[in-house]
Ligand binder design. Sequence first.
Ligand SMILES: N[C@@H](CCC(=O)NCCCC(=O)O)C(=O)O
Length: 252
Amino acid sequence: MRPIVIVPACTRDFGEHPYHAAQYKYVDAVVLGADCAPMILPSLGAALDLETVLGLCDGIMLTGSASNVHPSFYSEELIDPSLPQDLARDETTLPLIRAAVARGVPIIAICRGFQEMNVALGGSLHQAVQTVEGKMDHRENPALGLDEQYGDAHKVQLAPGGMLERLLGVAEIPVNSLHGQGVNELASGLVVEATAEDGLVEAFSVRTAPGFTLALQWHPEWRITHNPYSMKMFGAFGQACREYQAQRRSRP
Ligand SMILES: N[C@@H](CCC(=O)NCCCC(=O)O)C(=O)O
């Protein structure tokens, strides 16, 4: 049996009806990159039985999404109410992350998911990185086609001796970039694994977590099988899920 990887859903309206939804590329990355079995988790917030969910799963993948983590979760006022929010997702993923880290459930987190991990563990975000002095504009150009939007945008430097550098075996890699928010204060206990040329944190792991954790501001799920670095990251996540599954099954 393949390990079960929970993929928390976004909430979106299609027509007049609200849905729990996850994009194909994230679900596909769990199958193609990690060789695990994805299961989409509805964003039920406090109504979700976290213990039941965590008792069944072997890993968690936190997806990107156009919506922003609500700034009230890091004690700030919302600067731009015209940008999309998804409170149901925040109320699901933030407690899920804290409980999963404490249990040692392997986690891979992408873009919004990366930002959620920092906030869940006590950090804060820049609400508009492009307005911060010295920082680049990390947003995509929506006028371009998807292949260009998800094309390489800048390089990230991997932290020397860090887990990402050891995994990928190189000092820097090119990455895509499709985000307006970014790490401001890094939560304590997080270890920087990669930074952009402007110093923005682009990847981190959780020092104190008993299991595998890797959070990435870019999108390794995009055309995952075409990118050997993305396949290595998801491969390592999949291996951690298999090891966690073996441990979970051996418990009385
Ligand atoms: N709200 C954040 C999140 C950025 C993000 O996750 N973008 C992904 C867009 C669509 C996708 O590929 O899933 C921000 O703008 O910083």
